[in-house]
Design a protein around this ligand. Structure first.
Ligand code: SIN
Ligand code: MN
Length: 198
């Protein structure tokens, strides 16, 4: 699929550790929680967000909100290292205004979906992976399009731009124990997005 680019080990081990630390520290103000789909199912992934807007789901639907649903406080700022990666690989002109933080444990999965709650699909989505490797699946813009499996390891960055911006994608499985980066194991995925119109 054109527009999907993988940058293996874009972050070296020191940068991964620093980013993981920043995420875990930010959780004091914006703790991870288990979201519920509009259909009432608890997700297996836990989430929080950084930036002016955070992606949320509940009985009222999928959307972006300026406040953490449990604390009622604004989301913490997007760590500067992520803004730099975005400016280098995604879009030097417009910064992201949302960073979704997904926490996966050994049994977490994410079903095939499109990222389409943003106002402007011309901005790419940029994903940074930390910790255990994920078996990521990506297809085309039709749910029935063929898909392929891509391993996302710690430090890998990928960009969904152009035709891939609305590609169906998901996480089939986490390879538990494949990384020692995160205390207690698991995987963190950070996706930077432009939620508001530019
Ligand atoms: C997502 O689609 O929100 C996350 C993808 C990933 O965890 O790699
Ligand atoms: Mn997604």
């Amino acid at each position: 699929m054109t527009g999907f680019t993988l940058y293996p080990e874009h972050l070296d081990r020191a940068a991964q550790a620093e980013l993981a630390d920043a995420v875990l520290r930010a959780e004091a103000a914006a703790p991870r929680y288990r979201p519920v789909t509009p259909g009432g199912k608890a997700m297996s992934v836990r989430m929080t967000s950084f930036g002016p807007l955070g992606w949320v789901t509940d009985a009222a639907g999928y959307r972006y909100e300026p406040l953490h649903p449990l604390t009622g406080q604004p989301w913490p700022p997007i760590p500067p290292v992520l803004l730099e990666i975005w400016a280098t690989l995604a879009d030097a002109g417009t910064p992201p205004d949302a960073c979704l933080v997904n926490f996966y444990d050994a049994d977490s999965r994410m079903g095939l979906h499109q990222d389409r709650d943003e106002a402007d699909f011309s901005a790419p989505v940029l994903s940074v992976s930390l910790g255990d490797t994920a078996l990521f699946r990506i297809g085309g813009t039709d749910r029935r399009d063929p898909t392929r499996s891509v391993r996302l390891a710690s430090g890998d960055v990928c960009v969904l731009a152009g035709a891939a911006r609305l590609a169906f994608h998901g996480v089939d499985r986490i390879l538990a124990g494949s990384s020692r980066l995160l205390p207690g194991g698991g995987r963190i995925n950070l996706t930077l997005r432009r939620a508001r119109a530019r």
